[in-house]
Write a protein that binds this ligand. Structure first.
Ligand code: FE2
Ligand code: FE2
Length: 322
């Protein structure tokens, strides 16, 4: 990861000239669940030996879900050899002419599988590569959703819809990868541990609330903006297809939400409602920091007041009512 990060920063610097780098750390447990929020400050030196075989990409992803794509996982190490905590180190490289896209412009992710790395000399190519990476990360997320819905005896219509969504994401990832490559962007493999096993329904429902009801609903709305407003006709066409599919994925998330709530007890239902509210709040916090850039305009994503108005409209219609 350090090598990849060094390449990212090395490519960014000549483009921008005045990039500003800040470091942050957060504590997670051995399952990657955040213990603390990322806090700024000198990251100090990383002890590679202490890191051992830790999968930093998988362990350290959760605390930065919702952050701009300028955040990268730098390293991780055991906070206490006898304990259950891992210190994750992050670097945030803000460059005036490099788009800090939100992490979930379009894409559903699942705990334990991180998005692929995205590289490229061209800021737009790299932004497209980030989008392709998020699409690729949605593939294991829907595969897992379908498998876990089946294990929890969900209606067949939900399982089939999740399988169809996985196939959609395979196409989205390939299309976005092609658009990124045409602009010099490149995408690595989806990172992280294989996501096996079946989680309790409450855990599935909370992830679905965050990644589906909030993030895919937002992604579907943004995709509609891009289908109308992206500068490149090929991107407009791709986002037109994506907007239709993502709207279906968002609707699936809400169907899964309603079905799961009907099966869960009151404390678990409250947890789901809290997760949904927290994720919507997290998304709203991203808007000011991520949507005011020339590359965002090239992509056709809503910026500034338009983004806030869109989030408010969705909040009033969906998130705030759930
Ligand atoms: Fe997608
Ligand atoms: Fe999707």
């Amino acid at each position: 990861m350090g090598t990849m990060l060094a390449r990212f920063v090395a490519m960014a610097l000549p483009l921008a000239g005045c990039c500003e780098t800040t470091h942050h750390t957060a504590l997670v447990d051995l399952e990657g669940r955040p213990i603390t929020e990322p806090v700024g400050g000198d990251a100090g030196t990383s002890d590679a030996a202490a890191a051992g075989a830790l999968d930093c990409q998988a362990l350290c992803l959760q605390p930065i879900i919702g952050r701009c794509l300028s955040w990268e996982i730098e390293s991780c190490e055991r906070a206490d050899p006898a304990g259950g905590a891992v210190t994750c180190r992050y670097v945030d490289t803000q460059c005036p002419d490099i788009l800090p896209l939100p992490r979930t412009v379009c894409g559903r992710r699942t705990h334990g599988a991180g998005p692929a790395t995205a590289l490229g000399d061209d800021a737009l190519g790299r932004a497209l590569a980030h989008m392709a990476a998020l699409e690729a990360a949605s593939i294991p997320a829907f595969a897992r959703l379908a498998r876990e819905l089946a294990a929890h005896h969900a209606p067949l219509s939900l399982i089939r819809a999740a399988e169809r969504a996985r196939r959609d994401e395979v196409r989205h990832a390939a299309t976005m990868r092609g658009l990124a490559q045409a602009r010099g962007g490149s995408v690595g493999r989806v990172t992280g541990r294989a996501v096996r096993g079946v989680r309790p329904l409450a855990e599935l429902a909370i992830e679905n609330a965050r990644e589906g009801c909030v993030r895919e609903t937002w992604g579907a709305a943004v995709a509609r903006f891009q289908a109308a407003g992206a500068a490149d006709p090929a991107l407009r066409r791709a986002m037109g297809v994506s907007a239709r599919d993502e709207a279906r994925h968002a609707a699936l998330a809400w169907r899964v939400h309603r079905w799961a709530l009907s099966r869960l007890d009151e404390p678990a239902r409250r947890e789901c409602a809290r997760a949904l509210r927290d994720e919507a709040a997290s998304l709203r916090r991203e808007l000011d920091g991520c949507f005011d850039d020339a590359t965002a305009r090239a992509l056709g994503v809503p910026t500034g007041a338009a983004a806030r108005a869109l989030a408010s409209a969705i909040d009033g219609a969906l998130w705030g009512r759930a």
